[in-house]
Design a protein. Sequence first.
Length: 351
Amino acid sequence: MRFIESDFTIPEIPKQLVAQIRISASAPSNIALVKYWGKQGLQLPMNPSVSFTLNRSKTLTTADLTALNKASKQVLFKFYFDQKHYPDFEPKIAGFFKNIQKFAPFVTAYQWQIYSHNTFPHSGGIASSASGFAALAKIVVDLEKQLYPQQTEEYYNKKVSFLARLGSGSATRSMASPVMIWGTHPQIKNTSDLYAVLPNFDVHPVFSNFRDSIVLVEKGQKKVSSTAGHNLMTKHPYKDIRKQQAFEHTLQMLQYLKTGDVENFIKLTEAEALGLHALMMTSDPDYILMQPDTLKIILTIRQIRHQTGLPVCFTLDAGANVHVLYPENIVNEIEEKLFSKIYYDVIHDYV
Ligand code: PMV
């Protein structure tokens, strides 16, 4: 079923609230194969995107909620990361709570203590905001379930993705395995700009044991936030052509995932990664997120592939780190030919 925004709107806070409640949830990270780059309205994508769900890189979040005597205007909360108060993250979370108020007004009726932990190093340059907001959205929907238990499982699942989007666009895809599609595509049934969906076919088994090993060329905060990058797409000289390309790439990528066409999957995945960074390098102002070693690693991956025929490729997100994608059964060769020769930390994840 395809939901529209009004399906998720809740007009008022219910009268009966549970006084004290603890809710825990976890959510995986994801890596885009076809990239979401550029947005409009309230966190709506300029183009559809396709991602692999990364099941080892999870955010685990627990929220302790205390009902207030009177709902507050803005959500009252404190955010703890690995037991420590983390005020740096609070503005983004405050933005999330503000964005979701129309769809979950009951969040203002509670005082929130939020405790979060990642199963991966959070400054490691992998998208912790995606898994973080997805876990928080799950908690909100869990609370909604208790207040409004009459909805269907499908509604609750889509609502998690819908709310997560209002924290961080890519969080909308941090849902089920192995692949998610976000963004309305006229040729793909049930797709929506509002939330991500699973493909309506089984992903070919050759992708079921894929690894994403993330080479941490750069740790810590991104130099240019993805919000700033998305905004630069509004007036980007290549905006229209990129949009058209992403619609085509989405169809092609899904076809390769369905048929197990690893060769074309590799070609398209790398083209999308380089295309994303090309858009950054041709924005006004332009900027470069790749480091010299990003390029070195990319070239090494291509060299290994050309010399040995091993099905290994790379993708990038909005940073200098290299995501190395390859099937599990060639892990020893990739270790020997690539990871053993570089000095950066590598995080191994599984699709
Ligand atoms: O979710 P955001 O606003 O951080 O944007 C993420 C954008 C990319 O990671 C570069 C691409 C994507 O589709 O995840």
